[in-house]
Ligand binder design. Structure first.
Ligand code: G6P
Length: 548
């Protein structure tokens, strides 16, 4: 028998019938009819507040979606994950990023062994190391204090720590700057090295596998750059590694003492809570990092225990399923109204799209429904002056997640009220729109001629009825950021459970990597492989110019 999924669940039919009704709804009318809509469609957890009332759904819709989650055995799957079952079935691995933020007294078994003591042993080493860097006890080869840290990593070894380090700018420790280099494009590393001093720079080579081409090349280049000033013996003062692959780290020339390990049951895109979070620890200090872990843990406890209908990640995931699979919306725009969350949508792109960008179910059958939508976005208010035109009047309906904090860290007058006003106004405008009658009335009041009004009205009307979520926190702090990231991790899990895909592998990334290797050999050597004429033509152009 088919394992339960979106379309073979008994409630699917009920949901599709219900959809016919829902398609006729006007969001504004739903609010007018029900004064209790806001309180009944808001949730609080882990210091976050979710308002999902501006989605085209009713209490009945939520009930049916919860039934869908039950039929898809969401609770059982969630418990399997927390317990350490090998739910990543193609790689035969447990999925235990949640254990990374669990307190010392908890017990989580992998192959019969409690992993919590190992996790805390690495955390203790991270604390010790960061304290040495901050106090100046750890010195560069010429006896100077470390002033700059360069994290070399890509994908999950970059996006989470980079985003969190930017987001927690107000907690940065003075006197230490943390940089991130990811791209194999040498301009990325060059831009950092141009300003760096080898005597006071520490490189972190962060790679789960320690085989990723970009990271290995950037690390080799950083090493060569360093050796223009320091000696081989000095490397141990300036290079540390974070990896699950001790042998490869040793081969690279980084001693075991300088390696911070993690484990194969931590997915790259879920790894910021592990030693991969070291650049963040160096940026904000260990105590703030523990608050970050505690925020995520609070969300874990909520996800594990709250009833489905009032469980924030479950509801966020199910609302997404409604928008994607029933209403047919193909992308989600992420709009943090917080400048420090500038990289949040980049981080979420990997989290959601690498996890759920799948076309077969766990048992290998092709899915007959849509899976992960495209995730994209930028901070508000900047996005308003770029692509919000399309969100308001374009032919696609694109649900938006608005994310903001009620209080700023800065003290500049007026800015925060203006920011919040814009955030709330956008979700209101997307929902309410502006009818032709209203446009006409406004233009008449402004004294426009009747003929001109007829020309202008269709251009200036907004259809409205466009959905959004709003997520609020009091202030962007380590705990609230931890909770926010865990919220989206679990939302991703919920959707993966409904689509019944393996959210924890990423085979789709492999093909491009293999082909790049072949082409790199062609660019640098004399042998040519067979390609289509476009690829061969491009290779020929590049070869000619690289030779010059
Ligand atoms: O940490 P690494 O092993 O270097 O991997 C870095 C990244 O590369 C891969 O291509 C994967 O798609 C990502 O999931 C991973 O985060």
């Amino acid at each position: 028998m088919n394992s339960p999924n979106l379309v073979n669940a008994a409630v699917f039919k009920k949901l599709t019938n219900h959809l016919q009704e829902a398609k006729k709804w006007s969001l504004s009318e739903l609010f007018e009819k029900d004064p209790g809509r806001f309180p009944s469609m808001t949730l609080t957890a882990g210091g976050l507040f979710l308002d999902y009332s501006k989605n085209c759904l009713s209490g009945k819709t939520v009930e049916l979606l919860v039934e869908l989650a039950e039929e898809c055995r969401l609770e059982q799957k969630r418990d399997d994950m927390f317990r350490g079952d090998k739910i990543n079935t193609t790689e035969h691995r447990a999925v235990l990023h949640t254990a990374l933020r669990a307190p010392r007294y908890e017990k989580v078994l992998v192959d019969g062994k409690n992993i919590i003591p190992e996790i805390h042993a690495v955390l203790d080493r991270m604390r010790e190391f960061s304290e040495k860097i901050h106090s100046g006890e750890w010195k560069g080869f010429s006896g100077k204090k470390i002033t700059d840290v360069v994290n070399i990593g890509i994908g999950g070894s970059d996006l989470g720590p980079r985003m969190a380090t930017q987001a927690l700018r107000h907690f940065h420790i003075k006197g230490l700057t943390v940089h991130f280099v990811a791209n194999v494009d040498g301009h990325d590393l060059e831009a950092v090295l141009d300003k760096a001093d080898p005597e006071t720079t520490l490189f972190i080579v962060a790679s789960k596998t320690f085989t990723t081409l970009e990271t290995m090349l950037n690390a080799q280049s950083a090493r060569s750059w360093f050796l223009n000033s320091g000696t081989i013996r000095d490397l141990s003062r300036h290079f540390v590694a974070i990896s699950t692959n001790a042998a490869a780290v040793r081969k690279f020339g980084i001693p075991e003492d300088n390696m911070f390990p993690f484990w194969d049951w931590v997915g790259g895109r879920y790894s910021v809570w592990s030693a991969i979070g070291l650049p963040l620890v160096l940026a904000i200090g260990y105590n703030h990092f523990t608050e970050f872990l505690a925020g995520a843990y609070a969300m874990d406890v909520h996800f594990k225990n709250a009833p489905l209908a009032s469980n924030m990640p479950v509801i966020l995931g199910l609302v997404g399923i409604w928008n994607r699979n029933f209403l047919g919306y193909s992308s989600v725009s992420i709009a943090p109204y917080l400048q420090d969350l500038i990289s949040f949508s980049n981080y979420l792109q990997q989290l959601e799209m690498e996890s759920n960008g799948k076309q077969v179910r766990k048992n290998g059958e092709a899915v007959e429904y849509r899976t992960c939508p495209v995730i994209w976005g930028n901070v508000g208010t900047n996005g308003q002056h770029a692509y919000f035109q399309l969100l308001h009047q374009g032919t696609e309906i694109i649900p938006v997640d608005f994310i903001t904090a009620l209080q700023p860290h800065h003290t500049l007058p007026k800015h925060h009220a203006a920011l919040l006003a814009n955030c709330f106004a956008q979700s209101e405008a997307l929902m309410v729109g502006k009818s032709a009658e209203k446009v006409r009335a406004d233009l008449e009041a402004a004294g426009m001629s009747t003929a001109e009004i007829e020309v202008q009205t269709p251009q200036r009307m907004f259809p409205g009825n466009r959905p959004s979520n709003t997520i609020l926190m009091n202030v962007l702090r380590p705990e609230t950021l931890g909770a926010l990231m865990a919220l989206y991790e679990h939302k991703t899990f919920v959707q993966g459970a409904i689509w019944n895909v393996n959210s924890f592998d990423q085979w789709g990334v492999e093909l491009g990597k293999l082909l790049a290797k072949t082409i790199e050999n062609e660019l640098e050597g004399d042998e040519l492989a067979h390609h289509d004429s476009s690829t061969s033509g491009l290779i020929a152009l590049a070869k000619a110019s690289l030779k010059k």
